[in-house]
Design a protein around this ligand. Structure first.
Ligand code: HEC
Length: 145
């Protein structure tokens, strides 16, 4: 390679660095959002174990309340998206009331209305995010016919 072309390579190399840096910085933003979400789901898992698990099993058989993975799948199906399912679950937790229920009426009659759980907003959304993921795990194990 000639000296001249080496110089060009160096120059273009430096010029290329700026856009690459900008791209690298842009890529860390969704990464940060992802880890915040992972933190939230992990927190949701802890809340689920300490507060919800006493009534809700994850998968059938039920133990006094509908299994949580089944609830999650129903919420995603009825609301049409995971995000809406999460919001509806968080809303349900702020005030469990049969008028907000997305379960079929016979199911509600069978179990009776869920008692209110003491949770702040962040906790409600964290546990809702975890619960929606539980629905995914059940879907993988037992695909719906
Ligand atoms: C004391 C028992 C009990 C605890 C604790 C409990 N639940 Fe429930 N949950 C129920 C019962 C019973 C139902 C079914 C009747 C109903 O929907 O109200 C239910 C239903 C639900 C539903 C479906 C609501 C609907 O009707 O659409 C969601 C979502 C839910 N629970 C989430 C949670 C979460 C998350 C927690 C923990 C923060 C939790 N539950 C803690 C008893 C409980």
């Amino acid at each position: 390679m000639s000296r001249g072309s080496l110089m060009i390579l160096r120059r273009t190399g430096r010029a290329m660095l700026a856009p690459v840096l900008v791209l690298a910085m842009a890529a860390t933003a969704p990464l940060a959002a992802q880890s915040t979400r992972a933190d939230s789901v992990a927190r949701g898992r802890t809340i689920f174990q300490s507060l919800c698990r006493q009534c809700h099993s994850v998968t059938p058989p039920a133990q006094g309340a509908p299994p949580m993975a089944a609830i999650a799948r129903r919420y995603v199906r009825v609301t049409g998206s995971r995000d809406s399912a999460e919001s509806r679950i968080a809303a349900w937790l702020s005030a469990p009331d049969s008028s907000r229920s997305l379960l079929p009426a016979p199911e509600r009659r069978r179990y009776g209305v869920m008692p209110h759980q003491p949770l702040a907003d962040a906790g409600r959304f964290a546990v809702a995010a975890y619960v929606v993921q539980l629905g995914d795990s059940m879907a993988r194990r037992a695909p719906r016919p």
